[in-house]
Design a protein around this ligand. Structure first.
Ligand SMILES: [Zn+2]
Length: 298
């Protein structure tokens, strides 16, 4: 974990998951808390070692790699937590993620792992879209939903902490099929990012970017390509295809070898999100064929 500075007030702990840090008028603000206790302990150690303050923490969205360290942080430091309302509800009852991945049924024990379900935490202050202030920090909370239900990007002192609103090149390459819950919202959020005036941005996964244009275009391309690949797979079969089969075919197309049920369920959610987008465009329809849910081209 490196500690990097981007401007007078803006920093980040960079690694597999980036954790933002802002410093102004002797007050410190954290943006996200890492996957678990061990991640946030490293952050606290660096801050402590450099005698840097910590007074507030924002959590951008309720994925455990972003909020998993929050409960420990709160317990150890008493720092107040800020998060968008819908995301805060999930953090309070984090079993919701394995539940929604598992079709709403009580999840298998193996799905209740730290990557899909962080420790429950009560958020102290709700963060609404628009301009607000936390202590000395003037903040613009930007709605970047699509990757999660109500993810917030944080524009602060001219630097954008974009959460998972976009991914760095390496992360795009590694994930191949990024996790989304709504393809149209994801694309809208990416378009929004193209027009935000900032001196630079750092995503949750990937390096700091001075100019967002190229990386946003690459992110957009990934989603357009996956959606049209799925459409072509659907077009091939008149009688339609199940979401499970389409997930398998898309994974095979990209030579992805899924190792766990949890991983497969995350992929299925993204596939479902692309299909919903195709349905909104009236290019495909959902129906039941012999007691089996299917999608087919219109
Ligand atoms: Zn995420």
């Amino acid at each position: 974990m490196d500690f990097k500075q981007f401007s007078d007030h803006c920093f980040a702990f960079t690694g597999a998951v980036n954790i933002g840090y802002c410093l102004k008028e002797g007050k410190g603000l954290l943006i996200d808390t890492g996957l678990d206790e061990s991640a946030i302990r490293k952050v606290l150690k660096v801050l402590d070692g450099q005698s840097l303050p910590l007074d507030y923490a924002i959590i951008t969205h309720a994925h455990s790699d972003h909020f998993g360290g929050a409960q420990y942080l709160k317990e150890m430091t008493g720092v107040p937590l800020y998060a968008p309302p819908f995301e805060a509800s999930i953090m309070r009852h984090p079993i919701i993620e394995p539940v929604y991945l598992f079709n709403g049924a009580n999840p298998l024990a193996e799905l209740r792992n730290k990557f899909l379900e962080g420790p429950p935490v009560v958020v102290d202050h709700l963060l609404f879209t628009g301009k607000t202030a936390i202590g000395p920090f003037a903040i613009d909370v930007i709605d970047l939903k699509g990757h999660s239900y109500a993810q917030a990007g944080i524009l602060i002192e001219g630097i954008l902490y974009a959460a998972d609103g976009f991914f760095g090149r390496e992360t795009l390459k590694k994930h191949v099929i990024p996790f989304i819950i709504d393809a149209d919202e994801t694309l809208d959020s990416l378009e929004k990012l193209l027009h935000i005036e900032c001196k630079g941005a750092i995503p949750g996964h990937g390096p700091f970017e001075n100019d967002l244009t190229e990386i946003i275009r690459q992110n957009q391309e990934v989603h357009y390509d996956l959606r049209s690949e799925l459409f072509h797979l659907i077009e091939e079969k008149d009688i339609g295809e199940t979401i499970e089969n389409l997930t398998r075919k898309l994974l095979n197309l990209h030579n992805i070898k899924v190792k766990t049920l949890g991983q497969w369920l995350l992929f299925r959610t993204s596939v479902t999100a692309y299909l919903t987008s195709l349905e909104r465009q009236e290019r495909i329809r959902f129906f039941i064929h012999e007691n089996e849910p299917r999608v087919a081209a219109r």
